[in-house]
Design a binder for this molecule. Structure first.
Ligand code: SAH
Ligand code: SF4
Ligand code: F3S
Length: 468
């Protein structure tokens, strides 16, 4: 058993990440023969992309995928630790699986992802969930075949979680969910240590993938007809800071743009590392989408300082104004309300900032204390009721701006990558360059293509349009 250790997870060394290749061991290729698997994913795009790797590994071991966990032979939960409700959802699912396992003793249950990196979670599993069969963490997805093989041959609970990041592992197979939009990791981990956030502990030190590996992956995607890539990292603006040579996100964006892939997105950008050079590259290349996710977290400089965000409200606004100079750009954000010591005045400063920025989209959250983070130890006198009231007030205002911004689009002709059949009957849906959802009538043959659509109507969360 290899258990997670927070003191280790917090450590950062100057050593640069080294690279290793995924070792496909053909000895294991029949491990899952005749067995069906189901993977449930919680959390961010990074986790969704990890699931794409995990599924490909399971396929490679001879398993087949099922979309119904009640008839699966193996259920794996790829978990998220970011807020308590993500945590509760995973434990709720474990509760349901316990019942199924009581009826079907052969069911194999596994847990991976960010929660596997948490000491408190593993403690609880060791005490109350002894029937969970295998656990691995975010740093050793490539070890899945060995872990499963060990569990299947010994039949005892197998826990293998590395507390510290290891090498960057290239060449892990991938089973992409989408045939024309792809996630591409450009870096792993985060060194920002915002005081509320658990990610630097669950994902380890910031490590960038080298340019050639990224560009080769994108060139392969282009060959396979992919139209869009989203470059992923917890803080993509810090890309390359761990290299011993000069190569940063500005350079990478330019090199990715030159591959000619029709659409490039990237997330998430921390305001601290956003450079003018990046802005120039985004303006210069038509295939870099004018859609920036720029989490602000709070409009109060006092709270930002307590959060360890390293910028003030004024600095954020200055950067925001610069970004807004990109033609037709859309800006989205993340906001936390109810951070410890947030007063009514601090909250009103957040509202002022929202009234100034009029974001195109915003993900809003109530602060959730995460064990092991500095903010979880701060005294917090605001009641949950008050926090819920703030969230409600904030949501009313952000929603108003979503609608207003969408209404400004009416009459405009926009380029849309057609995603699929819309929830609205008889319609297709897709995303504009600025990442707005749009529904319109069209032939299914257009799925996966970029088309022009005229906006005819606007709602808070979506647009309606007419194919040109
Ligand atoms: N790396 C990204 C964000 C990753 S987490 C960034 O730095 O912007 C996504 C969002 O979850 C964060 O932007 C933040 O708004 C929210 N979040 C993170 N930790 C949280 C916590 N403890 N409580 C509430 N929201 C949190
Ligand atoms: Fe968390 Fe901050 Fe890193 Fe984002 S930048 S992942 S919020 S520590
Ligand atoms: Fe959650 Fe881990 Fe992503 S905590 S948000 S799955 S990096």
């Amino acid at each position: 058993m290899l258990l997670p250790n927070y003191a280790e997870a917090r450590k950062r060394t100057k050593n640069n990440a080294t690279k290793e290749f995924y070792n496909r061991n053909s000895e294991f290729c029949n491990l899952g023969l005749g067995k069906k698997y189901f993977v449930k994913t919680y959390g961010c795009q990074m986790n969704e992309h990890d699931t794409e790797n995990i599924k490909a590994i399971l396929d490679d071991l001879g398993f087949t995928e099922t979309d119904n966990y009640t008839n699966a032979d193996l259920v794996l939960l790829n978990t998220c630790s970011i807020r308590e409700n993500a945590h509760n959802k995973a434990f709720g699912m474990l509760g349901r699986l316990k019942h199924i396992k009581q009826l079907n003793h052969n069911l194999i249950v596994g847990l991976c992802g960010c929660m596997a990196q948490e000491e408190v979670v593993i403690d609880e599993i060791l005490k109350k969930y002894k029937w969970v069969d295998f656990i691995f963490g975010t740093h050793n997805i490539h070890r899945l075949p060995y872990i499963l093989n060990d569990f299947l041959s010994v039949g005892k609970q197998r826990i293998e979680v590395y507390s510290r990041e290891g090498n960057i592992v290239e060449g892990i197979p991938v089973k992409r969910e989408n045939k024309f939009k792809a996630y591409v990791n450009i870096m792993y981990g985060c060194d920002k240590f915002c005081t509320y956030c658990i990610v630097p502990y669950t994902r380890g030190k910031q490590r960038s993938r080298i340019k050639d590996d990224i560009i080769n992956e994108i060139n392969d995607l282009i060959k396979n007809g992919y139209q869009e890539v989203t470059l992923l990292g917890q803080n993509v603006n810090a890309y390359g800071k761990d290299f011993s040579y000069d190569y940063n996100l500005e350079n990478l964006l330019e090199d990715v743009a030159k591959t000619g892939i029709p659409r490039i997105r990237f997330m998430t950008s921390h305001p601290w590392d956003f450079t003018d050079g990046m802005l120039n590259v985004i303006k210069k290349y038509k295939n870099i989408m004018p859609s920036i996710h720029l989490p602000v977290q709070s409009g109060s400089s006092k709270i930002l300082k307590l959060m360890g965000r390293r910028y003030t409200k004024e600095e954020y606004i200055k950067l925001f104004d610069k970004i807004k100079k990109i033609p037709n750009v859309s800006v989205s954000t993340d906001i936390i309300v109810g951070f410890p010591n947030e007063t009514e005045d601090d909250f009103n400063e957040t509202i002022d900032l929202v009234n100034y920025c009029k974001f195109d989209n915003a993900f809003t959250f109530i602060f959730s204390p995460r064990i092991g983070t500095p903010a979880s130890k701060l005294e917090d006198l605001t009641t949950l009721e008050e926090k819920e009231k703030r969230l409600y007030t904030l949501n009313e205002i952000v929603n108003k701006y979503f609608l207003e911004n969408n209404q400004k689009m009416i009459g405009k002709i926009v380029k849309v990558l057609v995603d699929g059949i819309s929830d609205k009957k008889g319609m297709l849906c897709g995303y504009t360059e600025t990442n707005k959802l749009i529904n319109f009538i069209g032939d299914e043959a257009l799925i996966g293509k970029i088309v022009e659509v005229q906006v005819t109507d606007a709602k808070t969360w979506s647009l309606d349009g007419k194919l040109i």
